[in-house]
Design a protein around this ligand. Structure first.
Ligand SMILES: NC(=O)c1ccc[n+]([C@@H]2O[C@H](COP(=O)([O-])OP(=O)(O)OC[C@H]3O[C@@H](n4cnc5c(N)ncnc54)[C@H](O)[C@@H]3O)[C@@H](O)[C@H]2O)c1
Length: 251
């Protein structure tokens, strides 16, 4: 057995949904995991469940759009685990408001939570990766970054703009941080989580009809691709965007 220290992953939005599934799968693969989320009660439960898998874990409660809070969280991870190998920028919010209804504050909040949070965490975690000359970042965007969103989708243009920003950030940082740090993104399609539960319950048949693979996605479907990007060896992938949507947006 190798004596090498276990790798360390930070997953944002880890209390539930795609983030929790990703943290769970990373724990199963031998990562030590730092779980970041706003929802402290759900985060505590998520940590206990990860611990039951035998993995080391720590909690980072707080808002990922808070630049200095994120900086302090990254420092805590390095103090506790000694390194950062992987950052999964998954935390996100929906935004159902249309152009003529959205307020300036709602626009700013959408961009802060969905895009600035990725900047905050990259800025905070990359120095620890550079110390070791290696690291990986996986950002969670959305197919609506390409499509502008389905007409029936909960989230409208501001969400699409924030998620398109995540793709630009991914491509720009992939070039800037190569060859040491690989930066890739996934674009989930219709995935059944708390964020989409209402819409999917109301329109399941129509949504399923629009998906060539004939089912809505699960958090585990997305987690599997994130874990692939986090662990594939040998690795020659950076700046790559992978749609995880059952073929919904193939055109
Ligand atoms: N579910 C889908 O169909 C779908 C489709 C495309 C993209 N996505 C993206 O996938 C990611 C995960 O979504 P999900 O479906 O699992 O949603 P979810 O609502 O189930 O989980 C999101 C998690 O992020 C946390 N969070 C939200 N804002 C935060 C903040 N400011 N700071 C810290 N934590 C915060 C929430 O508390 C929650 O635990 C999001 O970025 C979402 O935009 C989801």
């Amino acid at each position: 057995m190798s004596d090498a220290p276990l790798p360390v992953a930070i997953v944002t939005g880890a209390a539930r949904g795609i983030g929790f599934s990703t943290a769970t799968e990373l724990a199963r693969k031998g990562f030590r995991v730092a779980l970041a989320d706003l929802d402290v009660a759900a985060l505590n439960v998520a940590g206990q469940r990860i611990g039951e898998l035998g993995a080391s874990w720590m909690l980072l409660p707080g808002d990922t759009s808070d630049f200095s809070g994120v900086q302090r969280h990254a420092e805590r991870v390095v103090e506790r685990f000694g390194r950062i190998d992987l950052l999964v920028n998954n935390a996100g919010m929906s935004q159902p408001k249309r152009l003529l209804d959205i307020t300036e504050e709602e626009w700013d909040r959408t961009i802060d939570v969905n895009l600035k949070s990725c900047f905050n965490w990259c800025r905070a975690a990359v120095p620890a990766m550079l110390v070791r000359g290696a690291g990986r970042i996986v950002n969670v965007s959305s197919v609506s970054a390409h499509t502008g969103g389905a007409r029936s989708a909960v989230s409208k243009f501001a969400y699409c703009a924030s998620k398109a920003g995540v793709l630009g950030l991914t491509r720009g940082l992939a070039k800037e941080l190569a060859p040491h740090i690989m930066v890739n993104a996934v674009c989930p399609g219709s995935i059944e989580t708390q964020m989409t539960a209402g819409l999917i319950a109301a329109q399941r048949e129509a949504i399923v009809r629009s998906i060539p693979m004939a089912r809505v996605g699960t958090p585990e479907d997305v987690a599997a691709v994130i874990v692939f990007l986090a662990t594939v060896e040998p690795n020659y992938l950076t700046g790559e965007i992978i749609d995880v949507d059952g073929g919904q947006w193939v055109n």
